[in-house]
Design a protein around this ligand. Structure first.
Ligand SMILES: Nc1ncnc2c1ncn2[C@@H]1O[C@H](COP(=O)(O)OP(=O)(O)OP(=O)(O)O)[C@@H](O)[C@H]1O
Ligand SMILES: [Mg+2]
Length: 474
C-alpha cells in the first residue's frame, strides 16, 4: 500500500492536552495544525483537507459543538472526535448524534485507546473518500482486460500477463475456486499475437473420461462404437490459437501421457488415425488443486507437471486483497443493475464495511453472487446491510457486538461511563415500559424523586413517548 500522510487537526485551548496530541502526531508522522479557539478551528477546517480532528467541547468563543455543527452543515468530510470532561458527557453523546465520530473523556489514562480511536477515524475517513470517489466514477475503474484490481498483488499479476503474453510458453494458473483463473487465461490470449485465432476452453472435470480423448484429439469414422463420422479434436480446432485446459488436476492419468506426447512432439493424432498432424497451439492450464502434492501421491505425472509449469501464475484469494473489494462491488453493481434493468448504483458504508470484513471463501464468484442477490432485494438505489446474506453480516455485526461487550480496551473512566450509560438506558427503559411511560409511577418504582428521575431521562436522551400506548398519546 502506498503511504498516505495523515493530516490531523488539534482543537483545544488546554496547552497540556495540545502537547499530548502533538507528541502523538509526531510519533505517528502525521502532519498537523493546532487551533486554540472555535473560530480558528472553523477557519482551518474550511481551508484544509484534514482527515481527522480532535475537538474540545469547551472552547473560547464558539463551542466545540458549534464547530461540529458548522462542519457538518458545510459538508466538511473530516472525521471529528470530541474531547470532553467527565461533567460534559451528555454534550458528547449529543455530538455523536450530530455526526461526531466518537468522543474521548479527559484526562486520558490510556493513550493506546486514544490512538486506536484516531486510527479508526482515519480508516473511516479513507473508506468514505473511496466510497464517494467510486460513486462518482462507477464506470471508469482500474481494470486489465476486464479484470478489476488495484491491489499490489493484482497489479503484479497484470504486469506478469503483460510480459508473458508475447511468448508461447505454457502457463499454469492456480488459485482457489472463484479467484478469476479463467479471466486471467482469457486475458493472456487477448494480449497475445494469437488473439485473432481461436481460444478453446476445455473443462477436464466436466467431460466424461471416455469422451475426453476424442474431444481433445478427435477421431476417425468407425474408430470406436458410436464414431459415425470423422471428428476434428479441439486441439486441431485451436490451431494458431490458445487451448485452455481448465481443472487440469482432473485429467485422467492415461490422458496425461497423451497430452505430454502432444506437447513434446507438437503433433496430434486422431483416435483411429495412423497419421499425425502438426499443430501450433499455446497451452494454458488452471487448477485449484495442489498439483505437486498430487505428484507426490502419483496422481499426476511429474514430467507433465514440469511441462505445464513453465510459467506459474498464482491468483491470490480475495481475503488477501481486501482493497479490491469496493472496486469489485461497484463493478458487479453496474453489471447486475444493467442485467436486471434496475437502478441500484450505491452501497451504504455499513454494507461496504461488512463486505470488506468478510472472509470470502468462495472469492470473487461469491462476492458477485452476493451483489446480484442484493440488487434483487434492494428497494432503493442503494444497497443496505440488510440486503446482504446473513453470513456476511454475521461476521461484522458479531465483531461490533463483541467490541461493545468487551470494555477492556477502554480506560477505566471511559469503560465506567459506557457501562453506566448502558445500565441507565436499560434500567430506565424497563421501568418506563412496565409503567406505560408514566414518569411518576416509574420514579416511585425506582425509589427516586420524580424530578431526579426526569433529569436522568433527559440526560440519557430517552424518548418517553415510545413507552406510552398510542391511545394515550392522542
Ligand atoms: N478481478 C475480477 N474482476 C472482475 N470479475 C472477476 C474478477 N475475478 C473474478 N471475476 C468474476 O468472478 C467469477 C469467477 O471467475 P473465474 O471463473 O475466472 O474463476 P475461477 O478461478 O476460474 O473459478 P473456478 O476455480 O471455480 O473455476 C466470474 O464471473 C468472473 O467474471
Ligand atoms: Mg474456472
Amino acid at each position: 500500500m502506498t503511504f498516505q500522510p495523515t493530516n490531523f487537526l488539534i482543537v483545544d485551548d488546554d496547552e497540556s492536552l495540545v502537547k499530548v496530541f502533538e507528541r502523538l502526531a509526531r510519533e505517528k508522522q502525521y502532519t498537523y495544525e493546532v487551533a486554540r479557539s472555535g473560530q480558528e478551528a472553523i477557519d482551518l477546517l474550511v481551508q484544509k483537507p484534514f482527515e481527522v480532528a480532535v475537538l474540545d467541547v469547551m472552547l473560547p468563543g464558539f463551542s466545540g459543538i458549534q464547530v461540529l455543527e458548522h462542519a457538518k452543515k458545510n459538508r466538511i468530510p473530516t472525521e471529528i472526535i470530541m474531547i470532553t470532561g467527565v461533567g460534559t458527557i451528555e454534550s458528547a453523546v449529543d455530538a455523536i448524534k450530530k455526526g461526531a465520530y466518537d468522543y474521548l473523556t479527559k484526562p486520558f489514562d490510556d493513550i493506546t485507546r486514544v490512538m486506536l480511536l484516531i486510527d479508526k477515524a482515519i480508516e473511516r475517513f479513507r473508506l468514505m473518500k473511496q466510497l464517494h470517489r467510486l460513486q462518482r466514477q462507477a464506470s471508469d475503474q482500474p481494470s486489465f482486460e476486464g479484470i478489476m484490481g488495484k491491489s499490489t498483488k493484482m497489479q503484479e499479476i497484470f504486469s506478469c500477463i503483460e510480459s508473458i503474453s508475447g511468448t508461447s510458453s505454457t502457463v499454469l494458473i492456480d488459485g482457489e475456486s472463484g479467484t478469476g483463473k479463467e479471466l486471467v487465461a482469457r486475458a493472456i490470449h487477448r494480449r497475445s499475437p494469437r488473439s485473432e485465432k481461436p481460444f478453446v476452453v476445455i473443462n477436464c472435470a466436466a467431460i466424461p473420461e471416455n469422451l475426453l480423448e476424442s474431444e481433445l484429439f478427435g477421431h476417425t469414422r468407425g474408430s470406436f462404437t458410436g464414431a459415425v463420422s470423422d471428428r476434428v479434436g479441439l486441439f486441431e480446432e485451436a490451431h494458431g490459437g490458445t487451448v485452455f485446459l481448465d481443472e487440469i488436476g482432473e485429467l485422467p492419468l492415461a490422458l496425461q501421457v497423451k497430452l505430454l506426447r502432444v506437447l513434446q512432439s507438437g503433433e496430434v493424432r486422431r483416435i483411429g488415425d495412423a497419421e499425425t498432424k502438426k499443430i501450433d497451439i499455446r497451452l494454458l492450464t488452471a487448477t485449484n488443486r495442489n498439483l505437486l502434492s498430487m505428484v507426490d501421491h502419483s496422481e499426476f505425472r511429474e514430467d507433465l507437471y514440469y511441462r505445464l509449469n513453465v510459467i506459474n501464475l498464482t491468483i491470490p484469494p480475495l481475503r488477501e486483497r481486501a482493497e479490491d473489494i469496493p472496486l469489485l462491488v461497484y463493478h458487479f453493481l453496474s453489471k447486475c443493475s444493467a442485467k436486471m434493468g434496475k437502478q441500484v448504483d450505491k452501497v451504504s458504508l455499513d454494507a461496504l464495511q461488512a463486505l470488506q470484513h468478510y472472509s470470502w471463501t468462495g472469492n470473487v464468484r461469491e462476492l458477485e453472487n452476493a451483489i446480484e442477490r442484493a440488487v434483487v432485494l434492494a428497494t432503493e438505489d442503494t444497497i443496505l446491510a440488510r440486503d446482504l446474506p446473513s453470513v456476511i453480516l454475521g461476521a461484522s455485526y458479531q465483531e461490533e457486538d463483541e467490541k461493545q461487550k468487551d470494555l477492556s480496551h477502554y480506560s477505566y473512566q471511559d469503560a465506567k461511563d459506557r457501562a453506566l450509560m448502558n445500565f441507565n438506558r436499560t434500567y430506565i427503559g424497563e421501568l418506563l415500559k412496565t409503567s406505560n411511560g408514566n414518569v411518576s409511577v416509574a420514579s416511585q418504582k425506582a425509589g427516586m424523586d420524580r424530578s431526579n428521575f426526569k433529569k436522568l431521562i433527559k440526560r440519557y436522551n430517552i424518548a418517553i413517548d415510545s413507552f406510552r400506548d398510542q391511545e394515550e398519546l392522542q
